[in-house]
Design a protein around this ligand. Structure first.
Ligand code: C2E
Ligand code: MG
Ligand code: MG
Length: 562
């Protein structure tokens, strides 16, 4: 079972692996150790790990390949990118968590701390991995005693496998971090404990109404296959008013705002992750748009297409198979004064035999609540845009390529590094890139976004605020972040050539922008009259069907770059 490109291990190096394994096992207390000789791709694994995960033996070639085949598809990209960084990047330590199929054919959460040993020449020669055993069976929240997120997924998979119609609610407390900040973590923990008790005692009615789970942070879930969504909703409303008005912890009266999303699982051809994405989406709508009113996915949200679980499931599958079916279209952005090409905005499209061309509004708001977005599709978008965008630079060296970001990408701690890495890999110059953020990024810590911006601006990257004016926080964002451009949403200029009010709005928006030192781009320019009207104001660039609809990469190249 020798790995193809590695030489067989010598007896001397086998001995060295044993020495390393034994020394690390001694210092690792009760943790499980494995050691890999990177030069020969040969490793020694702790027997408990071998048994638990059904590995071929304590000594083996190609352990990484065997291990990798057991990793949950949704976690594969995290695993691969960490591996890539360990073996080919410049880090020598890692600490990451993912799910691996165990011998019972169930996924276990595995948290690995790893370190790479270098030889005298600075070459990577050994990888030492350490897995804590208690992290293997981690399906219960130690603190509240409730089943945790992994327990939730295990049960959700069973619901789908056994085709058991069920109703699920995800609920959570707004701004829970503030409680920790003001009263301290001990008190915050106490609050969580009291909420979990409340849910157990009052919602479950001695275990009969719904199972209770603690998800991440201050979020909980209720799952029932016995009661209707109406009954769950009544419980939700009751808990909500109790937390808001009459909730005491350690004698202190608190007023907590509860948000909740719900979903009825009655379609069993979809994955657990899709259910979770749709549930999270409903939860976010409740939190950000409906002041905590329980929002049920499917019955309650606008649009008909949006609710097609199967479609989302198909799209998630495509993302997992290397972003198959996705393509970037490009829409030109013109200078307002000369009406020559300034750049283009990359806009994603998904095409599939059953659903045809699916516009981004139908899947981005749902998928972006899902780890899959930042880890996989978001990276694909950035990398593809930069790779393709390079072709535009031959003809237009100052070309400005706009790429849309989702808040889920921005909130990653390593987002700036990811973009910097891509600029380096693709050779796309930072000063030709403009990242569009939307008002939804207010959900992310502003200090973090500001740091990301500062780091990327050093490489010349520009930032634009998209859909300006459509949310309540646009002004706040403009005040807090150094933005180069604001993009006025097409909703404000639908009749700008005839409607004086809309003209006043454009005038107002342009003065605000100049106050903050930003340029203005007006979106949705569809006619010559609209264009002429808007050009009377100090706007820098224009975008809209009047100039061109978004077109495929090939058409964009043919139209603008020859
Ligand atoms: P957006 O970033 O504000 O993009 C502008 C949208 O307006 C595009 O819709 C574009 O086709 C449309 N549009 C442009 N000019 C006109 C016009 O003159 N008339 C009309 N009626 N529409 C016009 P699209 O491509 O369907 O994208 C919708 C939204 O989906 C985007 O709004 C953006 O928020 C999101 N989106 C698209 N691609 C991506 C992506 O790669 N990543 C992320 N995170 N979001 C994306
Ligand atoms: Mg945009
Ligand atoms: Mg826009």
């Amino acid at each position: 079972m020798n790995g193809p490109e590695y030489p067989p291990i010598t007896e001397e190096r086998k001995k060295r692996i044993d020495t390393l394994y034994e020394s690390y096992s001694v210092v690792a207390d009760d943790a499980y150790v494995y050691v890999c000789d990177l030069r020969h791709d040969y490793s020694r694994w702790n027997p408990e790990l071998v048994r638990y995960f059904d590995m071929p033996g304590e000594y083996m070639y190609n352990a990484a390949g065997i291990w990798s085949s057991k990793i949950h598809p949704d976690d594969k990209s995290i695993y691969d990118s960490n591996l890539e960084r360990i073996f080919h990047g410049n880090i020598t330590n890692c600490d990451f968590t993912y799910r691996v199929m165990d011998r019972r054919q169930r996924y276990s959460v595995v948290a690995v701390k790893g370190t790479v040993l270098l030889d005298a020449d600075g070459m990577r020669c050994y990888f030492i991995g350490i897995i804590k055993p208690n992290r293997l069976k981690n399906d219960r929240d130690n603190f509240t005693g409730l089943r945790n997120q992994y327990g939730f997924f295990e049960d959700l998979v069973k619901i789908i496998e056994n085709k058991k119609e069920s109703n699920i609610i995800m609920m959570g407390i707004s701004r829970f971090g503030q409680i920790n900040e003001i009263y301290g973590y001990d008190f915050g923990n106490r609050v969580l404990l009291e909420i979990s008790k409340l849910l157990r005692n009052n919602v479950t009615d001695n275990g009969s109404l719904a199972d209770v789970y603690r998800l991440d942070g201050a979020r909980f879930a209720l799952v029932t296959d016995k009661f209707s969504m109406d009954i769950l909703e009544k419980s939700y409303n009751w808990i909500q008013s109790l937390l808001l008005g009459d909730f005491k912890v350690n004698g202190r009266r608190l007023s907590l705002k509860l948000n909740g999303g719900g979903i009825s699982v009655n379609n069993f051809d979809i994955s657990d992750k899709t259910v979770y994405s749709c549930l999270s989406y409903a939860y976010h709508v409740s939190k950000n748009e409906r002041k905590g009113e329980l929002t049920i996915f499917k019955n309650d949200l606008d649009g008909t297409d949006l609710q097609r679980l199967e479609k989302i499931d198909r799209i998630r599958e495509s993302i997992n198979s290397g972003c198959k079916g996705f393509e970037l279209f490009y829409q030109p952005i013109m200078f307002a004064d000369s009406e020559t090409l300034k750049g283009a905005e990359a806009l994603i499209r998904y095409t599939d035999d059953t659903y045809g061309i699916v516009p981004p509004d139908h899947f981005i708001p749902i998928i972006e609540n899902d780890r899959l977005f930042p880890d996989t599709l978001g990276r694909w978008i950035l990398k593809t845009a930069m790779g393709q965008g390079k072709e535009f630079l031959d003809k237009y060296p100052d070309f400005r390529l706009n790429v849309n970001l989702s808040y889920a990408q921005l909130e990653r701690a390593d987002f700036a590094d990811i973009v910097l890495g891509m600029l380096e890999d693709t050779g796309f110059p930072g000063e030709n890139l403009c990242l569009e953020i939307t008002e939804r990024c207010r959900l992310v810590d502003m200090r973090h976004i500001k740091n990301v911006m500062i780091k990327l601006r050093e490489k010349g990257v520009f930032f634009a605020l998209d859909d300006f004016g459509t949310g309540f926080s646009s002004m706040n964002i403009l005040k807090s972040l150094p933005l180069d451009t604001i993009k006025i949403d097409r909703g404000f200029v639908l009749n700008v050539d005839k409607d004086e009010k809309e003209q006043k709005l454009v005038s107002y928006f342009t003065s605000i922008a100049s106050l903050f030192g930003s340029d203005v781009c007006v979106e949705g320019i569809e006619t010559s009259d609209m264009k002429e009207t808007v050009r009377r104001f100090p706007v820098n660039s224009l975008q809209g069907y009047y100039y061109s609809k978004p077109v495929s990469y090939d058409i964009f190249l043919k139209t603008y770059c020859i």
